[in-house]
Design a protein around this ligand. Sequence first.
Ligand SMILES: NC(=O)c1ccc[n+]([C@@H]2O[C@H](COP(=O)([O-])OP(=O)(O)OC[C@H]3O[C@@H](n4cnc5c(N)ncnc54)[C@H](OP(=O)(O)O)[C@@H]3O)[C@@H](O)[C@H]2O)c1
Length: 217
Amino acid sequence: MSTRTIGFIGAGHIGSQVARLATSRGYPVVMSNSRGPDTLSTLIGELGPSARAASVEEAARAGEIVVVSIPLKNYRKVPVAPLAGKIVIDTNNYYPQRDGQILELDNESTTTAELLQAHLPTSKVVKAFNHIYAVQLTTDGQPAGSMNRRALVIAGDDAAAKAVVTSLLDEFGFDTVDAGPLKEGWRIQRDTPGYGPRRTAEELRKDLAAARRYADQ
Ligand SMILES: NC(=O)c1ccc[n+]([C@@H]2O[C@H](COP(=O)([O-])OP(=O)(O)OC[C@H]3O[C@@H](n4cnc5c(N)ncnc54)[C@H](OP(=O)(O)O)[C@@H]3O)[C@@H](O)[C@H]2O)c1
């Protein structure tokens, strides 16, 4: 049980599912989307009394941890000042057909989470939840110590922030595999072996090691 408020920028497939996990473990959540709080009443009703809807700015301000779960093409619209110094969990993936071509990702000179980190220079960005289908977030979690527990990858440049996210994932029902700094996040991007399937920690470590850059595939 925690009283640490989690803010959400993006309340679609992934944002709403992470919010379900959070409220079911006692976390207050503040949800936001692009169309405004009035459009979130059904979700808030479902999430219950520890959830409320707000503007993007307010969700960013209210969250002690903030989950950014939006189409990648909109990452520059994430407000910078209210996220200063905070842990920001980045779930985003790059799909050119949705996001348009992003040169630095096409030439593999950076990664999705490094783009968000560059946009939020004083926040502590941790990549997480990007390689699991949204629906499985509420079906695949198991208590710590379960046989063949599913694992999820994180990446980040701040060790303390990663420890907080690791503990959150454990509460949500998942083991964690640390891929290293944000720049290693490509190892779990679209089309890598670990992207999508149910994996234990041991399997995911092998997947990360086996990942190849797009240019090398
Ligand atoms: N779906 C999956 O299984 C899955 C799994 C792992 C990772 N991901 C990644 O996670 C991200 C979110 O995916 P999703 O499937 O949850 O997308 P989605 O269902 O389309 O939801 C996107 C959410 O982002 C909001 N949004 C868009 N632009 C925004 C902005 N500028 N400010 C605030 N909110 C904004 C949308 O609000 P409105 O509806 O009001 O526009 C919506 O709530 C994507 O990058 C995706 O690739 C998805």
